[in-house]
Design a protein around this ligand. Structure first.
Ligand code: KG4
Ligand code: ZN
Length: 336
């Protein structure tokens, strides 16, 4: 079955046609990042406006590239939660309008579930159950994926998400938004032992994360050195910061894997593009004899192909919305 998928939860307007949850027929992503860069982060009002302007063209292009008409489409999958409410509403309302016009059912998709599903597109052999580290700009979770639409949260961040911490540390070092990718590149040239930074642990919650203390430590280091008229070596600071974040992510996920006797670990979300995280996951899984799956680099960030993949499994489980479907800014991945 072919699914038309729509994603507009943050600053990418995206549409895709995906077959049987596993094959990408077309995928179009219109990024707004250049405009948000001017402000050092996503401006929600601008994001909504740009989605409104782009959505018709992006969906039409995805259909055209797939060589499809609406008669070939079995369902319209759309990201409905979590995310920027004004941004989500554009995709949800467009999907509902298309459904009204064509009679095709709408399938609501949780954004983090779709990040996990990016792995089904990259690895045809991957099936639940598995343990998943979901690390994006807004969320950091360790999730037990018991089935395609059944998830259990094992741990999550108490404050900032990993991507958010990367972006804020990078911004203070003068890098453009979104800074995570720039910090990652610069860190490759640095000495990760140059700065002693806190390696955060959450007492009595061995699978939870906390990144705000670490982020503040870096920001304070930079501000204090600026006040003294000194400049810090950005390569070394980036490398030390990246090491602290990645150690926290990998320590917790391997602790959870041991406790739950997980034989398969999967990573998902924008931060799963991080080069040190990918290397450490590979090393750690090889050492423990755990199978590891990570999304192709092209599917780590926001896209609609992953929505089409998860949408297929939501459809199979009977998760079909009526026209009262609304967008939600927050929603647990367990409720989906
Ligand atoms: O999953 P995503 O595209 O959007 C959300 O759902 O939030 O994740 C975006 C986040 C941003 O914070 C971005 O800086 C981060 O992923 N990111 C990275 C890297 N590439 C993207 N963080 C660290 N290293 C990277 N290579
Ligand atoms: Zn995302």
């Amino acid at each position: 079955m072919k699914i038309l998928a729509i994603e507009s939860s943050c600053d990418e307007t995206a549409a895709a046609v995906v077959e049987d949850g596993r094959n990408i027929i077309s995928s179009v992503v219109a990024s707004q990042v250049e405009e948000h860069k001017l402000y050092g982060g996503v401006v929600p009002e601008i994001a909504s406006r740009r989605h409104c302007e782009s959505i018709v063209g992006v969906v039409d292009e995805a259909m055209e590239k797939a060589g499809c008409g609406y008669k070939d489409i079995g369902a319209i999958a759309v990201t409905y939660a979590p995310g920027l409410i004004g941004a989500l509403l554009v995709g949800v309302n467009y999907a509902k309008g298309l459904s009204l016009a064509t009679g095709i059912p709408v399938v609501p998709v949780h954004h983090l579930r779709s990040h996990i599903a990016s792995n089904y597109l990259s690895h045809s052999e991957l099936e639940p159950p598995f343990l998943c580290l979901v690390v994006s700009g807004g969320h950091s979770h360790i999730v037990m994926v018991e089935d395609y639409t059944k998830m259990r949260i094992i741990g999550k961040t108490r404050d900032d998400a990993a991507g958010e911490a990367f972006d804020k540390a990078a911004r203070t070092m003068g890098m453009p938004y979104p800074g995570g990718i720039h910090l990652d590149k610069i860190a490759e040239r640095g000495d990760e032992r140059a700065f002693k930074l806190p390696h955060p642990v959450v007492r009595d919650a061995p699978y939870d994360f906390s990144f705000s203390g670490l982020k503040t430590a870096v920001i304070n280091l930079i501000h204090n050195s600026q006040q003294r008229g000194e400049t810090l070596p950005v390569e070394d600071l980036s490398a030390s910061f990246r090491r602290a974040v990645v150690d926290s992510l990998t320590d917790n996920v391997f602790r959870a894997a041991a406790e739950l006797k997980a034989g398969t670990i999967v990573t998902a979300g924008g931060v799963s593009a991080n080069s040190l995280l990918r290397r450490e996951m590979q090393k750690g899984c090889a050492k423990r004899g755990i199978r590891l799956f990570m999304p192709d680099m092209s599917l780590c960030g926001d896209n609609a192909a992953m929505v089409g993949s998860q949408g297929y499994y939501e459809y199979l489980s009977g998760n079909i919305a009526d026209l009262s479907l609304n967008a939600c800014a927050t929603m647990s991945i367990e409720k989906g």
